[in-house]
Design a binder for this molecule. Sequence first.
Ligand code: IMP
Length: 181
Amino acid sequence: MDIVERVLITEEEIQTRVRELGQAISQDYGDKPIALICILKGGLMFLCDLAKHITSPVTYDFMSVSSYGDATQSSGVVRITKDLEESIEGKHVIIVEDIIDTGLTLSYLLNNLRSRNPASLRICTLLNKPSNRKVEIPVDYVGFEVPNAFLVGYGLDFRQLYRNIPYIFIPKPKYYQDEID
Ligand code: IMP
């Protein structure tokens, strides 16, 4: 694809790491049921692959929050646009997220979900961009630490496209330069 400047994480690397994360979660939780909460739309690919490697009993539910819109910079505005269908009270919850950038989205979500009294609440993110953090977030499971670059693929979009690409890439600046100027 012409938009690809460089592949940062290959499909094989993602699949290997996701399997490891699933195994780590299974070891930690054993037979305890886990309520996986997928943050749409970016977390969807990750959730599907991750859940296959968790041997503990799992349920999943979905939440959607507004974050970036179509721009490449965080707006700082977080709003729930789709809420969970089931109560998480007394459940062992893991939030499944594609990437933590500023941390603003998860900071809001953590406070919101904590107030619903889960038995425990952890975060599993495929990608972590610690250099861009604005609020401290306790992350329990991380797939990859990534540099402060705009990333696309495997759930991450550029103008809602390329979420289906099985690897993560850095796009050529000419494709998105206008939006960040
Ligand atoms: P945060 O609130 O800044 O941590 O942003 C989290 C959300 O921003 C993620 O769930 C993504 O939807 C989006 N995001 C952050 N970095 C990128 C990126 O490099 N590419 C695409 N989306 C991103």
